[in-house]
Design a protein around this ligand. Sequence first.
Ligand SMILES: [Zn+2]
Length: 1001
Amino acid sequence: MIENSMFEEEPDVVDLAKESPSYPIDSDDVVYEPRSSRLLVRGLGENDLDEDEEDYESSARLLGMSFMNRSSNQRSASSSYTRQQPSGSCSMPSAKTTVVGVLILVVVVSIFMVIYFVPGCTFTRKGCPKTNSTMNNIYPNSTSGEIFPWAELRLPSSVHPVRYDISLHPDLKNMTFQGSVSIKVEVLHETKIIVLHSFDMNITKATFEGQVVNFLEYKPWQQIAINFSEDLKKGTYGLNIEYTANFSNSYDGFYNSSYVDTNGTKRVLAATQFEPLAARKAFPCFDEPAFKSTFLIKITREPNYISLSNMPKVKTTDLKNGLQEDEFKESDTMSTYLVAFIVAEFTSYSRNVSNTTVSVYAIPDKKEQVHYALDTAAKLLEFYNTFFEIDYPLRKLDLVAIPDFLAGAMENWGLITFRETTLLVGNNSSPIDKQLVTSVIAHELAHQWFGNLVTMRWWNDLWLNEGFATYMQYMSISNVFPDLDINTEFLNVRFKALAKDALNSSHPVSTGVSTPEQVEEMFDSVSYEKGASILLMLNATLRDGEFRKGVIEYLQKYNRSNTESEDLWNSLSQVSKQNVNVSEMMHTWTVHKGFPLVTVKRNGTQVTLSQEHFLLNAENSTDDSSLWHIPLTYVNESCSVLSSCKQVFHLKDKTAILKLPAKVKWLKFNFRSDGFYIVHYDVDGWKDLIEALQNVAVLPCEDRAALINNIFALSRLGKVSFRQVLNLMNYIKNETETAPLTEALFQLGQIYRLLDKRSELNLASRMKSYIDDHFGSLMESQSWELESSVSKMTLRSALLEMACSLNRFNCTTQAKRLFDQWVDSNKTFQIPSDLMTTVFKVAAQAEDGWDVLLSTYKHSICDAEKRKTLEALASTQDVRKIIWVLQKSLDGSEIQTQEFPLVIHTICKNFAGYLYAWDFVKENWGKITQKFPVGSFAIQSIIMSATSQFSTKTHLMEAQNFFSSLGAKGSQMRIVQEATETIKQNMRWMEKNLDTLQHWL
Ligand SMILES: [Zn+2]
C-alpha cells in the first residue's frame, strides 16, 4: 500500500501564510459567553450571526474557546473540553464530582484486582502474553453471554485455512451484500475450537462438515469461534458460512462509492480495501498475513456492470433472475489482505507484456487518461521481471483508478487499486504529475514480489513490505525513467524520515504490535521511509551486484511463504563477499528506534569519531545506550565528487579513532547522504566546510543539501547556535541546484510559520526579508512558461510558491495574469501544471477567483487538477470559506471525504485557519474516526497537521487535554505522543532561539 498523504508532506513545498489578519487576535481580546450569547473576537469583527450563518457558529464559538484557553486566568474555570459535555451533565457539579470519584475508585480497584488475579499478564502496549491455564479467568464473554473460548488477539495456530470458495452478491441499490464462504481448513494440532475473524456481518447459517454449528462471537476482537465437544483430529475439514452485511461506510472492507458522470448521472460502484485488517469485513476468514491460502471467487452482478478480482475471469453464467455470475480462476496461495474485487462500470486498455496481460481501468469519462499508466506499468513490469529473475507469476495484471479511495494505492495481487490522481494522466499533466504516477506504479509493482510473493509473517515486520517497495520504487525509476529526477525526491524522503525518527515517540523499524490500532500505526514514515533509507545504506555499503544477488536469493528461498527481518539479512549475508557481517550490522538498524548522531573531531591526521542517539527530546529517553554499526563514509578536498572518492570506516563502538594517511583541509562525512545518520563537526570542522563551500561545486548537491539539513537539525538539538546555521546559509546565494535550495526553503519556511503563528510579527517579517534577500533574485529569474525538466520544475514551483506567499509583487501579478488568461480562454489556456497550485492559491484569495475554482473543482474530470484546485480553495484567508471547506470535506457532500486530510493539512499551514481546523478536529473527532480508522495514516496526518504548528504552553496543555479525553478513540496512539513531543520541541526551540533571531536576522 502507499499512503496518499505521503505525497502531501512534500518538504519542498512551503506555504508561508499571507498577511496576518489586520487586527492580530490576542487572547485578551476574546470574550466567550455561553452558546446562547454571541462571540466577540476582535480581529474577526463582532460576529453577529444571521440565521443562515448559524452553521458557522459552533466553530466560531470554538475558536473563541481556543483563544480563551490561551488566557491563563480563565483556563482553569472553563476548559473547552468540559464545555463539550452534554449540558445536563454540568447541572450538578458536586453530584458529578462524587460520581466521577466513585467511578475512578471502582476502575482503579478493578484494575488492581485484574492484575492481582491474572498472574503473568502485564498490561503493556503489547497486550497480554500467551495464555496459560490460569488465564481461564479472563476469557471474555461472547455476544450471546457464553464464555468465548479464546483470549488472544492473534488467532490460534492449530487450524489453518487451505482454500476459500467465496460467492458474493453485492446489491448496489440497497448497499448490502450477501455472501457465502466455504473454507477448507487443516487441523494441525488436535483442538476443540476453531477461531477466525468476522466483523459486522449477520451470519445466517454455519455448517461444519455439513452439520449446522453454533457460532460464538466476541466483537471487540472481531473474532468468531466454534466450540466442539470433542477434539478435532488432524486432517482437513469443510466449514461453510452464509451471511449478509452492509457495505462499509468507511474506506475499508467491501465499500460502495458513487460519482457523477459528465452527463450528470450518478453512478455507483463497489470496491475493496483490505489491508491491513478489513478482509474480515467482507467475508469470515483467518485474517492474518501468515494464514496464506488459495481463493476461488464468484461474483453475481447486473449485466451492465463488470466485475474484477485478483485472477482472470474463467466464465460468466446467466442466472435466472437476469443477473450474471462471474467466476475467477483459483488464486495462488496468498494472504487475505491481498484479496480484492470490484463491481463497477469501468472501461480499459490492455497490452501484453511477457505472458501477462496488463490492463488499466478507469470510469468511461476518463478512459483516455490511462495510456501513460499502461506504458509505465509495462516498462516497470519488464524491469522487475529481469531484476528479480522471477517472472510476475499471474497471467493478468489490472491497474484500476477508483473514484473514491483513501490510500494512494493498494497492491492487491493482480488487481492493483489506485486513486485517480495516482494513476491517471491527462493531456495537461506535467512531468511532476507523471513522476507521482510513476512512483506509485513502481511501488505497487514492487509489492507483487515484496509482499505478495514473499510476505512478512506479522505486521511487526511491515517494513519488509513497505520499506522494500519504497526503496525499489526509487531504484527502478532511476533506472527506467532517469528524466524524472527521482533521486532528489528520494533525498527529501530520507530527510523527512530522519525528522520523524528523531522523536522519542518513534519506534524501531521492526516492533511488536498486537491491537488493531497498533497494526494501523505501523503504516508510517518508519516502515516506509526509514525502511527504504536503511536499504539504500546497505546497498551503498555492499559491492556492486551483491544487494541484487541477495534479494534474488531471498525471493527464491521464501517464494510464496512468510518471513521475518532476519531472513532477509541472512540471505544478504550469504552473498556478501565483504568483511562485514550484514546481519549483525542491519540488526542494529532494525531493533533500535532512532538513528545515530556522529560527532567528528579532527586533530591533524587523527579523527575522533563518536556516536550517540540523536534524540530531540531527551527528557523522557529510555533508550540512550543504543549503539549502531555505522558504515561511515567520507571524502576530502583531494577527491570529493565521484563515487570512487568515497572511503568507508565502520563505526561500531561508542567512540573510535580514524587515522588519515595525510593532512586534509576538510572532511565531509556521509557521502551523498546515503547513510541514515546525522553528522556534527567540531567548530573548526564546520568552519572548514563553510569555507570550502565558497566553491559550490566542491561537493555533490546531495551533500550540500545534507549539510543544510543536518545543521538545522543540530540547531534543534541545541548542538549548534542559530548563528552557525546562518553562517552556513550564506553560501546559498551562489547555489543553483534543486536539492539544496528546496531544503533551505523548507527549513526557513518551517521557522517562519512557527514565528507567524506565535504572532511574532516583527521576527516573521524579518524572516521574510531574509528570504527575500537570499532567494529574491532566483525567484525573479524563474520562467512562467511551460517547462520540461523535472528538476527545474521542482525548483521553480517551490520558489514561486514561496514568492507568492510572501506577496512578492511580480509573483502575484504573474499568477493573476495566468489565471485571467485561463478564465478568459474558458479554461483551455494551459497553465504550466507545476505552477497551477501557486496560480490557483493566489486566485483563491479573491471572491470571484474562489468561485471559479469551486466550480472547477466540481466539474473537472482531471483529478490532478482537482486536487490542486482544492488546495487553493482550502488556502483561502476567509474564515467562513475555511469552515465551509472543513464541513463539506468531512461530510463528503461537495468535497470528497478522502480529501479531508489534505484539507486539514492545507488549512493548518495558514494563520487564518489553523485554530479553526484544530477546533474542528476536536469537535468532530467521533465523526472523523468513523471515516478513518484510529491509528491509520490518515488520522496520523490529521493530528500532526492540526498540532505541529503549536509552540506555546497553553496549546500544549490544550492538546494534552484533548488527547487524554479520547480514551479508546485514540489516546494511546503513538501519533499523540509524537504531536505532544513536537509541540514541546517547538516551545524549546523558540525559547532558545528567539533572542538569537532578534539579533541575527
Ligand atoms: Zn506499499
